[in-house]
Design a protein around this ligand. Structure first.
Ligand code: SAH
Length: 251
């Protein structure tokens, strides 16, 4: 991806509340399944936080000191201004860094949270690398693109084989979690509303303004076409895949 493409993607996504599928009720459900101790301050890393949909919710619901990590400083800037609006800026520190080169120390965190982002380094690599940053008994809460069915139409299979070869069924993802020294404590998958109402619709509503801001450049148009194709694929095949949300405890 060249620099201009990255700038365009930032421009398209920055003003949206989320940069991936998710929802407040679902973040709450994950919190509940994780059974976090609310009686003491928790040290949390939110990795691939984007503009902070989950970060801000966690800051509001928990007694927490949160490090919000993303490799795009533009998203972190937006997160900081939203955190101020919500009165939780003092609970959040931002860190612009790649998720595969985190500067954390061993057993630093009570919780590692990551919504819609771990695929950027690969699920298995992320689960394995991030484990060391958790205290024993610490919790990993991570959402990951997941097949909901054992069989899929070939059009869909070949799309995802090309996009992200690690996409798999939940039982396989849970196997990865187990093999890397975690006890799986919970799993559910995001309902359609998390994709359509919370992510795709707001993005679609911004397409015209995005094209106008970028004078309808070929690259901007290409990005919109690419997002439209992704949305059409989801609408056609949504019974076959979603984000799975995995909750696990470090042994
Ligand atoms: N958690 C947010 C954003 C999900 S989109 C939400 O649910 O809304 C994925 C995020 O991962 C984006 O913000 C993107 O900038 C970030 N990202 C992608 N590759 C990354 C990397 N290598 N290191 C850190 N962040 C990365």
């Amino acid at each position: 991806m060249d620099d201009l493409q990255i700038q365009l993607l930032i421009d398209l996504h920055r003003s949206n509340f989320r940069q991936g599928p998710g929802g407040e009720a679902e973040t709450k459900q994950a919190l509940m399944l994780a059974g976090l101790d609310k009686s003491r301050p928790l040290k949390i890393a939110d990795i691939g936080c984007g503009t902070g949909a989950s970060t801000i919710q966690l800051a509001k619901e928990l007694d927490a000191e949160i490090t919000a990590v993303d490799f795009l400083p533009e998203f972190l800037k937006e997160l900081q201004s939203r955190a101020k609006e919500h009165g939780v800026a003092d609970k959040i520190t931002t860190l612009s860094c790649s998720m595969d080169a985190l500067p954390f120390t061993d057993e630093e965190f009570d919780v590692i949270w990551s919504e819609g982002a771990i695929y950027n380094m690969g699920f298995e690599a992320g689960v394995s690398a991030w484990r060391s940053f958790l205290k024993p008994g610490g919790k990993l809460i991570v959402s990951e693109i997941t097949w909901l069915t054992a069989e899929r139409p070939s059009e869909l299979q070949s799309h995802w084989d090309a996009e992200y070869f690690e996409i798999d069924v939940a039982s396989a993802k849970i196997g990865v979690i187990e093999r890397h020294g975690f006890i799986p404590e919970g799993y559910f998958y995001l309902p359609t509303s998390c994709w359509i109402d919370n992510y795709y619709r707001p993005m679609q509503n911004g397409f015209d303004a995005f094209l106008e801001r970028n004078s309808g450049s070929d690259q901007a148009r290409e990005i919109v076409e690419c997002e439209k194709a992704e949305i059409a694929l989801y609408e056609k095949h949504r019974d076959h895949y979603s984000y799975g949300v995995y909750i696990a405890k470090k042994i």
